[in-house]
Design a protein around this ligand. Structure first.
Ligand SMILES: Cc1ncc(COP(=O)(O)O)c(C=O)c1O
Length: 387
């Protein structure tokens, strides 16, 4: 069982560090060895081998992850999608049915729509804020429910307590993509979720220099996922484990700073005459504000907004920014700006985006750790030049 008595800042630095330290090294060294001497492993899954995710670097980072979310166990994977697909395939079998939130990260959406059915697994999309619709969609063969803590790009917050209660009432496995919140702002297992999933490429690593994923939950579910991953092969390389572990040491510092700066930026944008609408759970007018305030320790570093004047103004605004990079990812130390209509939601027709409330001029921001004053000044000058 992970050590959950200490605060997350302390766990982020120390949890998982091998004891005694390896030859006294303060930092877990990189064990760049694909295989290890036979120590009498009793099953295939216990042989120590990089693909089986059980080398010293895997064990260190997995213990840290479990501790951060107050869970029994964790498993790292080669990307967030490897964590999501491995989790689904370890929980679901041919003949099973999945309830899944209707606004999902694009890669997850595509996997559900294109691949699950082919494997004999059916699904129904449900509105995460409408619990009665989940009851109506339930079938005898429903096995799991899948949601995201904060949806992209409108930052909606599902009825997370309701999802847990519903899953427990009907004996379903509850799965949640916790990437946008990070363990600093929300720890799903503490709220009763069975499996928490992450793109470690984002906040966990935080430096935009590694692709990784994580799956966190009970020892039993994580063991099942490890067996699936051992076969699928989406394991994390030891050097990437090292980068992920190093990045996570500053997770609490980074995310708290990002929470604060995103709140200031959201308030500034909401008060600007060129801005039509801001989507940020920390704003009182956001539909998920009360729920987020009750469930989360912080409102996150992600926000989006619409400019008056539509796409031409959005284009001029993006070009006039000097600090943020224009790039579709999130969760790193540098502020990133993207237009979902051109990136994450480009596969949808404008009418489909419109039906979801995603304007073509919508701008999504992943707030970094730069000085909030500098970011706000840069956004203000770009708004003035674009309007
Ligand atoms: C919410 C969310 N989940 C999962 C993923 C997939 O992560 P990865 O790119 O590490 O596979 C992403 C990637 O953008 C994401 O934003």
């Amino acid at each position: 069982m992970a050590d959950t008595r200490k605060r997350i800042d302390t766990l982020a630095v120390h949890a998982g560090t091998p004891t005694p330290r390896v030859l006294g090294a303060i930092v877990t060294p990189i064990f760049q060895s694909a295989m290890y001497e036979d120590e009498g492993a009793s099953t295939y899954h216990d042989i120590r081998y990089i693909r089986l995710n059980n080398t010293p670097n895997h064990l260190a980072v997995q213990e840290k992850l479990a501790a951060l979310e107050g869970a029994e166990a964790a498993l790292v994977t080669s990307s967030g999608m490897a964590a999501i697909t491995t989790a689904m395939l370890s929980v679901l079998r041919a003949g099973d049915h999945l309830l899944v939130q209707d606004s999902l990260y694009g890669g997850t959406h595509t996997f559900v729509v294109h691949d699950l059915e082919r494997l004999g697994i059916s699904y129904t999309f449900v509105a995460a804020g409408d619990p009665p619709s989940w009851e109506r969609a339930l079938r005898a063969e429903t096995r799991a429910i899948y949601v995201e803590t904060i949806s992209n790009p409108l930052m909606r917050v599902p009825d997370l307590d309701g999802v847990v209660a519903f899953a427990q009432r009907h004996g379903l496995v509850s799965m949640i993509d916790n990437t946008f919140a990070s363990p600093v702002n929300f720890r799903p297992v503490e709220h009763g979720f069975d499996l928490s999933l992450h793109s470690g490429t984002k906040y966990l690593n935080g430096h935009s220099d590694v692709a990784a994923g994580a799956l966190i939950g009970s020892a039993e579910l994580v063991r099942g996922a490890k067996r699936m991953l051992d076969h699928l092969g989406g394991s994390l390389d030891p050097h990437a484990c090292f980068l992920l572990e190093r990045g996570m040491k500053t997770l609490a510092l980074r995310v708290r700073r990002q929470n604060e700066s995103a709140q200031k930026l959201a308030e500034t944008l909401a008060a600007h005459r060129a801005v039509a609408r801001v989507h940020y759970p920390g704003l009182r007018e956001h539909p998920g504000h009360e729920r987020a305030a009750r469930l989360f320790d912080g409102m996150g570093g992600m926000l989006s907004f619409e400019l008056r004047g539509g796409v031409p103004v959005a284009e001029r605004f993006s070009a006039a920014l000097s600090i943020p990079a224009l790039a579709p990812s999130l969760g790193g130390v540098e502020t990133l700006v993207t237009r979902p209509a051109l990136t994450s939601h480009s596969a949808l027709a404008p009418e489909e985006r419109g039906a979801l409330g995603i304007a073509d001029s919508l701008i999504r921001v992943s707030v970094g750790i730069e000085a909030a004053e500098d970011l706000i000044a840069d956004f203000a000058q770009a708004l003035d030049r674009a309007a």
